[in-house]
Design a protein around this ligand. Sequence first.
Ligand code: RIB
Length: 304
Amino acid sequence: MMSKVVVVGSLNMDIVIQVERHPHVGETIFSQSVSSIPGGKGANQAAASASQGAATHLIGRVGADDFGDALLQFCHRFCINTDAVKRVPNLPTGQAFVTVDVEGVNSVVVHGGANQSWGATFSDTELIGPGDMILAQLEIPTHIVAQAFEAAKTKGATTILNPSPVAFFDLDLLDLTDILIANEHELGTAAQAKSQPSSADDYAAAEAAAAGRACKRIITTLGELGVRIYDRGERSSVPGRRVQAVDTTGAGDCFAGTFAAALADGADFVAAAKRANLAASISVTRLGAGPSMPTRDEVDALIN
Ligand code: RIB
């Protein structure tokens, strides 16, 4: 049977405003535009994976409201299987308030809503099969991610953790993680470093510290500088691709979803990282997170 990508994570409606610059604390400014755009780290990663042609399931929660309807429609447009996206009657669908400046740099405030309503037990274990890629982030309760990863381990699936937002990173998850996809802040937290890594030596030390847990394969995403790869002691890197960024929201999600899809398709670790790096460089040239995920053909065009 073909491997599939199973994303366990959040769905948010992103309320995106474009501004000349971010406001200071206590300051009021005007925005140039406002839009409601599908997002949430889980939905974004599922969209990135499905856009690459991988059979993709999303396990998540939305409210019984209009944003919940819109997010499910968005997933279906991307051919994401949403049988395991449950509707929560008494909470709103998650929302993220995203401010994007003229450099494409964002700041985000999330209201979790239905994303936080999972109960005590992860109950979708039957969706996970041998060889699948199980991809999770931290906009849903940590105990659900841990239980999903435990189920994945039992079934012979590969667990991929993108520990974002970093404030909710429970380091015990590293013991259940096969592949960590982190930015520099998240890598620093995984390594329990006093400050975020900045030199090559810092990165090497942080990778070694994080790999002291069960997690032996680490990708550090460095934005326009590309990615660092740590694969069971072997180190390499992929350079960034220079583009004019419009909106960097969801670039990390694009990377993670594309990477998981490439592995499910049989690519090796470095080839999957190269592909994901190119996909993320395309996504930042478009406004919004979920809809900005590139197709397989768009990524292929940069490779061939
Ligand atoms: O990673 C980007 C996502 O983070 C946005 O789509 C927003 O929903 C926030 O959760």
